[in-house]
Design a protein around this ligand. Structure first.
Ligand code: GAR
Length: 223
C-alpha cells in the first residue's frame, strides 16, 4: 500500500495515453462508482492531439499533454512528464495505450506504482503489431497482459491476463477488437486489486497477491 495517502481515502490514479483512450475510458467508468477504491486525478497524453484527451476533458477530468518534439532528449521529456504527473500526487500511474519507451530513471521513480496493459499474452509478442504477429505465428490463443513496468519494454511481473481464441478468417483488426473487449475487463479489475492493496510488487520483483482473485480472464469465443 503506498504511503502517500491514508488508508481511508481512494487511491489516486494518473492515466497516461497516446491515442484513442478506450482503456482509459473503461477505468474512468469503473471509478465513477463511489465504492471503487480509486479515482482518476488526471489524464496526460504524449501528444496534444491524442483523441482520448477530449473525452477526458468532457468528463471534467484534469488533462495535460507533452510533445516529445518539444524536448531535446528522451531524458528531458521523461523528466518533464514526471513533473507533470507528480503535480497530482498519484498513488499509481497507469499506462493505457501510452506508446513511448520510458527511461529507466522514470520507471524507477514509480517502482511498484507503474502498470501497463499490453495487447498480447506476454512474454509472447512484445512491441508493436501484436495481433498481426499472433496471426503470422499461428497461435490459437491470444490476449492481453497487465503488468508492472520495468525498464525492459513490455516485460515486467504479470498481474493478470485475458485470453481470446484466434478464429478462422481473423484479420488483425478483428482480433484486436476481440482482445480490446477483454482488455476493458482485465484492466479495471487489476487496478482495483492494486488500489485495494491486494496486489503489490515485492523487492525481488515478484507479484504478491492477497486472497486469490481470478487472474486469468476469458473473452468472447472462449466458451
Ligand atoms: C490497447 O490495445 C493497448 O493494449 C495497447 O494500445 C491499445 C490502446 O488502445 N497498448 C500497447 O500496445 C502498449 N505496448 P486505447 O487507446 O483504446 O486504450
Amino acid at each position: 500500500m503506498p504511503e502517500s495517502s491514508p488508508m481511508t481515502s481512494r487511491r489516486r490514479l494518473v492515466i497516461l495515453i497516446s491515442g484513442r483512450g478506450s482503456n482509459m475510458q473503461a477505468l474512468v467508468q469503473a471509478c465513477r462508482d463511489q465504492a471503487w477504491p480509486a479515482e482518476v486525478c488526471a489524464v496526460i497524453a504524449s501528444r496534444p492531439d491524442a483523441q482520448g484527451l477530449e473525452w477526458a476533458r468532457e468528463q471534467g477530468i484534469a488533462t495535460g499533454a507533452l510533445h516529445h518534439k518539444d524536448f531535446p532528449s528522451r531524458e528531458a521529456f521523461d523528466t518533464a512528464l514526471a513533473a507533470e504527473i507528480d503535480r497530482y500526487r498519484p498513488d499509481y500511474v497507469v499506462l493505457a495505450g501510452f506508446m513511448r519507451v520510458l527511461t529507466p530513471a522514470f520507471v524507477n521513480h514509480y517502482a511498484g506504482r507503474l502498470v501497463n496493459i499490453h495487447p498480447s499474452l506476454l512474454p509472447m509478442f512484445p512491441g508493436l503489431h501484436t495481433h498481426a504477429q499472433a496471426l503470422a505465428t499461428g497461435v490459437r490463443l491470444h490476449g492481453c497482459t497487465v503488468h508492472f513496468v520495468t525498464p525492459v519494454l513490455d516485460h515486467g511481473p504479470i498481474i493478470a491476463q485475458g485470453c481470446v481464441p484466434v478464429l478462422a478468417g481473423d484479420t488483425p483488426d478483428a482480433l484486436a477488437q476481440r482482445v480490446l473487449e477483454v482488455e476493458h475487463r482485465v484492466y479495471p479489475a487489476a487496478v482495483r486489486w492494486l488500489a485495494e492493496g491486494r496486489v503489490r510488487l515485492t523487492a525481488d520483483q515478484r507479484v504478491e497477491v492477497e486472497g486469490e482473485p481470478p487472474r486469468l480472464f476469458t473473452g468472447s469465443g472462449m466458451g
